[in-house]
Design a protein around this ligand. Structure first.
Ligand SMILES: NC(=O)c1ccc[n+]([C@@H]2O[C@H](COP(=O)([O-])OP(=O)(O)OC[C@H]3O[C@@H](n4cnc5c(N)ncnc54)[C@H](OP(=O)(O)O)[C@@H]3O)[C@@H](O)[C@H]2O)c1
Length: 347
């Protein structure tokens, strides 16, 4: 392609001439989001706590990063730094958040940081839409939900229940999302929220984030048994695509549950054991008394209506493990089985 052709192609891209801010740019989800935004022609201002930290080097290696990625130093509790990152942006993706059950570390940065981001977007005067990465933790923690209820965007976690059960991550995400809606309403900011479930799939960053650790523990021998629990899963590339879609679609509004399917832990370990038989995947449940927890029903219709197609969880789990091997977090086995060779493992 000639230089003239390349420039013409670049101008056709949806993000051409648009600048967006991504907070916590070097995180697991945000790294894929930055990659996708760069591919779509956006200029990205990514916030990180220390631009010189080697753990952010993968961002600088992304296609288009040399020309269109600006790393901005910002802690969520530093309003001036957040304002500087958001300045001149047409959109903001607020993805940064602590991911911990320590209430001291979780709640304040999640809530105050979110209010700062919304305020900064309002003050900038150029921001068309803010996309906030909330969580399933703000949706499903409700002990009073009936077994036949289809979990959708109308569901909210019960804050008292989160506190009582010390689920401070879910509590922090739910309160942060509430704060985002309140602040956006008060400041006239167009806010759209993505609520991902547990995110799996390949890692771009060099470190193991919490949801990748959820899979790693079943392979490296650290989990001897699996819990009698159910959880919904989604691929990290679909989560990044959902963020971009709700930003670009003018009709997008409200919350978007981002989930491929709900699995019992037993299903997860079965898939992993079949795909990677050489690892010490647990075969016993830690709860041999209670009946097997039943998966809840969940709707991802809103994102499907925006055209999102979800990656099957078998493929995502396979690629999570391959990625953990490639990055040196797991020894590579002699042979593994391809997801297509699995027959009905999640049925
Ligand atoms: N992964 C999942 O299963 C999942 C599911 C649902 C929702 N989410 C949400 O998705 C978002 C990204 O999560 P992730 O899985 O990608 O986790 P991650 O890899 O741990 O990324 C979190 C990012 O937030 C940054 N951060 C944390 N506290 C900060 C602070 N005080 N100031 C500035 N930056 C801060 C971290 O920066 P440092 O590297 O400097 O710590 C990191 O870049 C979070 O909002 C999370 O709640 C994740």
């Amino acid at each position: 392609m000639t230089v003239v052709d390349a420039a013409a192609v670049a101008q056709e891209l949806p993000g051409h001439g648009q600048t967006v801010c991504v907070t916590g740019a070097a995180g697991y989800i945000a790294s894929w989001l930055v990659k996708l935004l760069l591919e779509r022609g956006y200029t990205v201002k990514g916030t990180v706590r220390n631009p010189d930290d080697p753990k952010n080097a993968h961002l600088k290696a992304l296609d288009g990063a040399a020309e269109r990625l600006i790393l901005c130093k910002a802690d969520l509790l530093d309003y001036d730094a957040i304002c500087a990152a958001v300045e001149g942006c047409h959109g903001v993706f607020h993805t940064a958040s602590p991911v911990t059950d320590d209430p001291e570390q979780m709640v304040e940065p999640a809530v105050r940081g979110t209010e700062y981001v919304i305020n900064a977007a309002a003050d900038a005067g150029t921001v068309r839409r803010v996309v906030f990465t909330s969580s399933i933790g703000a949706v499903t923690m409700d002990p009073n939900r009936g077994p036949d209820v289809v979990v959708d965007e109308s569901c909210w976690s019960d804050l008292e229940f989160c506190k009582k059960t010390k689920n401070w991550y879910c509590y922090g995400k739910a309160v942060a999302e509430q704060a985002a809606w309140e602040k956006a309403g008060a400041r006239g900011v167009d806010l759209v929220v993505v609520n991902p479930v547990l995110v799996v799939g390949p890692l771009l960053q060099p470190t193991v984030n919490a949801s990748a650790a959820h899979i790693l523990k079943y392979l490296d021998g650290s989990a001897k048994k699996y819990a009698n629990a159910v959880q919904a899963y989604v691929d990290v590339r679909d989560v990044a695509a959902a963020h971009v879609r709700v930003f670009e679609a003018p009709e997008a509004s409200g919350r978007y549950l981002c989930a491929e399917r709900v699995l019992h832990r037993e299903d997860v370990v079965h898939i992993l054991a079949k795909l990677f038989p050489e690892y010490p995947v647990p075969t016993r449940c830690s709860d041999e008394v209670n009946p097997r927890k039943q998966p809840y029903k969940m709707s991802n219709q809103k994102l499907q209506d925006l055209g999102l197609q979800f990656t099957p969880v078998n493929d995502s789990l396979y690629e999570t493990v391959k990625s953990l091997q490639e990055k040196g977090h797991l020894p590579a086995p002699r042979k593994d089985i391809l997801p297509a060779e699995l027959d009905g493992a999640t049925a």
